[in-house]
Write a new protein. Structure first.
Lengths: 94, 152
């Protein structure tokens, strides 16, 4: 497998989560859930894997109304995602 | 159940990435009122801090900060995403252009007020700021959407 290829990121749902978050500064939980078309529990599971790898940070801004969870890629997550995309391109170019 | 196509096909994985980026572009539909309100807030701020006394300047800062907070919150609630103007790739140059235009107009406003120029000139500068925010802001959105739909 190419250098930079990351098994944590490569799982299909996690790859889409990382691609979406890489294109944003942050995204709301419900937005990611709608993107994937999965249940809350499924998204939570994938976010937890990414969080434990240090790739994603979750925040719950306080304030009035319903608490919404926001996710963003950490600097380490952005680096790992960029390396993974580069590895995918290398594989395609082989 | 997740598809296993991506596990074995890097091309399919790259296509999946492109789809996710296009989904962000689809979400980035800034409400029509966002940039006009932002422009008016910044234009009024320029006029107030250029010509106003200390009390009015304090009020202007408070109104600007509250307005920016409400606008940001409304945008995030409506779109479900947030993209910093400084983290937007090539589109960031339009955010910098907006900031530069605001900075130049602010400096000009202070200079006009310090030299006792007529107030309508500063009000005109406030109008220039408002228009610049709308023009550069919408250009930022357009370039960003196009970039997201291009190669990942």
């Amino acid at each position: 497998m190419s250098a930079g290829f990351d098994e944590v990121i490569h799982a299909p749902h996690r790859l889409r989560i990382c691609a979406f978050l890489d294109a944003t500064s942050s995204a709301e939980f419900a937005t990611l859930r709608d993107l994937l078309g999965v249940a809350d529990s499924v998204l939570s599971k994938h976010l937890k894997v990414l969080q434990e790898a240090g790739y994603v940070a979750l925040t719950k801004p306080t304030g009035r109304g319903r608490v919404r969870t926001w996710a963003n890629l950490t600097p380490a997550g952005r680096d790992a995602y960029a390396a993974h995309v580069a590895a995918l391109r290398d594989l395609v170019d082989l | 159940m997740e598809s296993n196509d991506l596990d074995n096909d890097p091309r399919a994985a790259l296509e999946s990435i492109a789809e996710a980026r296009a989904a962000v572009a689809d979400r980035l539909v800034t409400p029509w009122w966002y940039h006009p309100i932002l422009g008016v807030l910044l234009g009024l701020y320029l006029v107030a801090v250029s010509y106003g006394g200390p009390a009015l300047r304090v009020v202007a800062v408070a109104v600007l900060l509250a307005g920016l907070g409400l606008l940001t919150r409304a945008y995030r609630r409506l779109t479900g995403v947030w993209i910093s103007g400084l983290e937007a790739g090539r589109a960031s140059r339009w955010a910098w252009a907006m900031g530069g235009a605001i900075g130049v107009c602010m400096a000009a406003g202070f200079a006009l007020a310090a030299t006792g120029s007529p107030a309508w000139l500063v009000c005109g500068l406030g109008g220039v700021v408002a228009v610049a925010v709308v023009v550069f802001g919408r250009r930022f959105d357009t370039v960003l959407r196009a970039e997201l739909r291009s190669e990942p």
